[in-house]
Write a protein that binds this ligand. Structure first.
Ligand code: MTE
Ligand code: MO
Length: 197
């Protein structure tokens, strides 16, 4: 009998029933938005905040940027390791508006009314960012240009593409996929794929 020992840590980085892909699949509901220019684009920070704030693309991308590398896990079964993202850390955006003490959840709002919910703590996790680049290249329209959220510790559907705002809430509400049978939280390590998982 031959025993093989994996020499890298890949096996520990891939949640149950996920397969690693080296491609970058495209997954979303609806049409890819197109922009003639970004003059009408804005980003809203609203709900239970001290000061509702609206940023232009220029204001948003003038905030301090960072780079992070992480692994992403799509609920449909693919994982992609070692993604290098560049963008604005979540805390840089949030501190402009200030979160009220009663806030426990957020709702991300994207183009065409698409939404995704998560607990405040998960949204604010260090390493989360509003990304403008992936692996050194500007985001393509398919992958969320001009801005996408990246929250790698939850299934990738929570990482809103074409994100246009964040709303702070006291109570949890289902977002787009969550209304359509997906799990309210979506932990890939617990395989929280569907509402009943
Ligand atoms: N605005 C928006 N963001 C979205 C989606 C969507 O339908 N609309 N789909 C999600 C899902 S299900 C996945 S798996 C990822 C896919 O991101 P990718 O196409 O860049 O791989 O985007 C997420 N973000
Ligand atoms: Mo997905």
């Amino acid at each position: 009998m031959v025993f093989t020992k994996k020499t890298d840590d890949t096996q520990n980085r891939v949640p149950p029933n996920q397969k690693v892909t080296t491609g970058f699949p495209v997954l979303h509901y609806g049409d890819v938005p197109t922009y003639a220019d970004l003059s009408k684009w804005d980003f809203r920070i609203f709900g239970l905040v001290e000061k509702e704030t609206t940023l232009t693309y220029e204001q948003l991308t003038s905030l301090p940027m960072t780079q992070v590398t992480n692994d992403i896990h799509c609920v449909t079964g693919w994982s992609k390791l070692d993604n290098l993202w560049e963008g604005v850390p979540v805390e840089e955006v949030v501190k402009l508006a200030g979160v009220k003490p009663e806030v426990k959840y957020v709702m991300l709002h994207a183009e065409q009314g698409w939404t995704a919910n998560m607990p405040l703590e998960d949204f604010m996790r260090p390493g989360n960012l509003f990304a403008v680049k992936h692996n050194g290249e500007p985001l393509t329209p398919d992958h969320g240009y001009p801005l996408r959220f990246v929250v790698p510790h939850l299934y990738f559907w929570k990482s809103a593409k074409w994100v246009r705002g964040v709303e702070f809430l006291e109570k949890d509400k289902p977002g787009f996929w969550e209304k359509n049978g997906y799990h309210m939280y979506g932990d890939p390590w617990k395989e929280q794929r569907f509402a009943w998982d």
